[in-house]
Design a protein. Structure first.
Ligand SMILES: C[S@@+](CC[C@H](N)C(=O)[O-])C[C@H]1O[C@@H](n2cnc3c(N)ncnc32)[C@H](O)[C@@H]1O
Length: 238
C-alpha cells in the first residue's frame, strides 16, 4: 500500500495542516473541549520519576504542544518530533529553540515510521486518526517494538461515535467550539479537514489493536469524542 492512498485529490493532509500551522496553538485550545484536563491526565500517567532523563518520541507532533507539556513535567527529557508537515514542525523548532540540543525533528509519514532507536515513552495527540485502520494496527506494533521494556505509549485521540453517538459527538463539539469563541473561518476549515481526512476508530477497536500488539491498555479519560489511551509494555516479555 502506498503511503497516502486515502487522501483526496487536490489537497493533502500536510498541506491542510501547513496552511494553519501559525494559528494552530490558539485554535486547538478552543477546538479541544477539556484541553487542560486531557493533557493534565496524559502527563500524570507517565510512569517515570520527574527527574529522569526520559527519551520521548512524539508521533504527529505538529507544533509540539504535547512535548511542551511533557517537558514542563520532565525537564531532563529529550524528544524526537515526527510529523508530515514541515511548517507545523517549524513552529515547534522555534518553541524549543532554547533547548535545541535535546530536540530532533523528522518530517515523515506515520504510515512509514520505523525506528532502530529505543524510547521510554511514545506520545501522540490528535494525529493517528488521520491514517487508516490497517495502518493504525501496523503502527501499534511498531510503537511496541520501539519502546523499551516497561515503556509506555500515551495516545490522545479521537474516538468514532458508533450509531447515534457519532451525531451527538459532532453537534456537541460544534456547540462547544462556538461557545469557546472560535472564529467561524477556523471552524469551517476544521470541519473541512475532518470531512476529508479523519478516519476515527471506535474505542474498543483502538484498545484491541494496542492489546494485539502486546500492550496492556486502557482508556483512562474520555471527553465525548476524545480519549486518553494508556498502553503499557511489560517490563519483560511473557
Ligand atoms: C491535529 S494536529 C495535532 C498536532 C499535535 N500533536 C497537537 O496535539 O497539537 C495533527 C497533526 O498530525 C499530522 N499528521 C497527520 N497525518 C499524518 C501522517 N500520516 N503522518 C505524520 N503526521 C501526520 C499533521 O501534519 C498535524 O501536525
Amino acid at each position: 500500500m502506498t503511503a497516502r492512498t486515502h487522501i483526496p485529490k487536490g489537497e493533502t493532509v500536510d498541506e491542510a495542516f501547513s496552511d494553519v500551522a501559525h494559528d494552530y496553538d490558539q485554535w486547538v485550545q478552543k477546538a479541544l473541549p477539556g484541553y487542560n484536563e486531557i493533557f493534565d491526565t496524559a502527563i500524570e500517567l507517565i510512569p517515570y520519576q520527574p527527574e529522569k532523563a526520559i527519551e520521548v518520541l512524539d508521533l504527529g507532533a505538529g507544533t509540539g504542544l504535547f512535548c511542551k507539556h511533557v517537558l514542563e513535567a520532565f525537564p531532563n527529557a529529550s524528544f524526537v518530533l515526527y510529523d508530515l508537515s514541515d511548517e507545523m514542525l517549524e513552529v515547534a523548532r522555534k518553541r524549543f529553540a532554547a533547548s535545541a540540543n535535546r530536540f530532533e525533528y523528522i518530517q515523515g509519514d506515520l504510515v512509514q515510521v520505523r525506528y532502530r532507536l529505543k524510547f521510554d515513552l511514545v506520545i501522540s495527540s490528535m494525529s493517528i486518526h488521520h491514517i487508516g485502520d490497517q495502518e493504525k494496527q501496523v503502527l501499534c506494533r511498531r510503537i511496541y517494538q520501539t519502546l523499551r521494556p516497561g515503556g509506555a505509549f500515551i495516545n490522545v485521540d479521537q474516538i468514532k461515535g458508533v450509531g447515534r453517538f457519532g451525531e451527538l459527538y459532532w453537534t456537541t463539539w460544534l456547540r462547544k467550539v462556538r461557545e469557546a469563541g472560535a472564529e467561524e473561518k477556523h471552524i469551517q476549515k476544521s470541519i473541512d479537514r475532518r470531512r476529508k481526512f479523519d478516519q476515527d476508530a471506535s474505542l474498543l477497536d483502538q484498545l484491541d489493536w494496542m492489546k494485539m500488539a502486546g500492550f496492556q491498555a486502557d482508556c483512562m479519560y474520555k471527553n465525548y469524542f476524545v480519549g486518553v489511551f494508556l498502553a503499557l509494555k511489560p517490563a519483560r516479555d511473557g
